[in-house]
Design a protein around this ligand. Sequence first.
Ligand SMILES: [Zn+2]
Length: 441
Amino acid sequence: MKTKLFSLLTFLFSFISLTAQTATCSQPSYCDRDCWAPGGVCPPDATPVYTDVEFIIVHHSAANYSAGTDYKAVVRSYWDYHVNTHGWDDIGYNWLVDPNGIIYEGRGKDTQGAHFSGANSNTMGVCVIGDYMTATPTSVSIEKLEDLIAWEATRKEIDVLTTGYHAASGLTIYHVSGHRDGPGTTDCPGNNLYALLPTIREDVSQYPCYKGEDEGPPNDLCENAFSITSKENETFDIGSVDKAHAESLPAASCDDFSTPALLDVFFKFKAVEDTHQIKVVPYGDMDPVISVYQGTNCDDLTEIFCSDSGGGAGETETLLLSGLQPDEEYLIRIYDYGEELPENPYFKIAVTHGTLSVESPFENNFILFPNPADNILKIKSLSDEISRYEIYSMNGTLLKQADEIDNLEKAIDISSLSQGIYFISVQNNKGEIIVRKFIKN
Ligand SMILES: [Zn+2]
């Protein structure tokens, strides 16, 4: 049996070990000057002035562009305007982000720019390309802006949530401010981007790397779910829950212990048919729980399937999904059961359709849904006729049964059962038996 006390200790231990570590956020990838201005057509300032950045100033460029715009050419045009019209030493901004989320290196790190109404010392300027008086920033451009701020803030030990006195302007401003917060008169960075600054500060403050925690796997957050393509033959992708963090999601409904699900990572796939199978095979001692959510909007997730039926640490977990909508995307969440942190956090995962596993057709092609169930529990096999079922209480009392069903599926009225956890034993026409747990709401 799984011990709750040990789980709690591991939970506390993992918390302690995370907060004790320090880390900085890594620099997001970017298009450097050779990338946007090859051949030295837009040279940098030959005599740059360095500054100790304490304030990150967000700008917009007050111009909108149509889809398919060559943003490298746009950045070159800004350089041209700043250098040849304004007579500045270089493009004014330290960094730029286009609506596709591509980051461009302007003056780069630690160099004083020309962007904050003459009060540039101790600032770094980043321009989100677009006119945000009229347009709304793309979510990918905001994500990249946040990545850039997280990197600069951790590198320079800037508190993104607080204000500070900025000597060059004589103003007390947020360490992450908009151009309009400075000494000049400007709409920059536009009402729509300016309104996002509180969210941007808050988002960055929640980055695990900002909080000094180790960076988790790349698909640690729902927003960064890895795409998996469902195949007819099992094709595995490699995953890991190493240093994964908790998402603000409840434990999967099939997880009987309902520990805080600390070590979750995310995948997504597009349904090809209405029936798919997910298989997760640990490389070591991980005890995987699989849950599947409707849609991929991370702020609005509805669990539709889950599986925690494997034998425990190191056992393969298989989940059969039915009733999916072809072409719809579904989110897969994988976490360790949480009894103990796995020594080996690696697993492989495959999503299949069309041909279902042949190792144990009845076991692999059996589904029980919904779980938890209200009044009707359905049992369904895609491979074998179901001949009988029996429902037991947790202490082994037989509560309900039926035989001579001789059908691939059966809807069972469980309205007479009180709320709780039950076992169901299902037998096929060859006498093979599956035992599963379900929850009655
Ligand atoms: Zn500006």
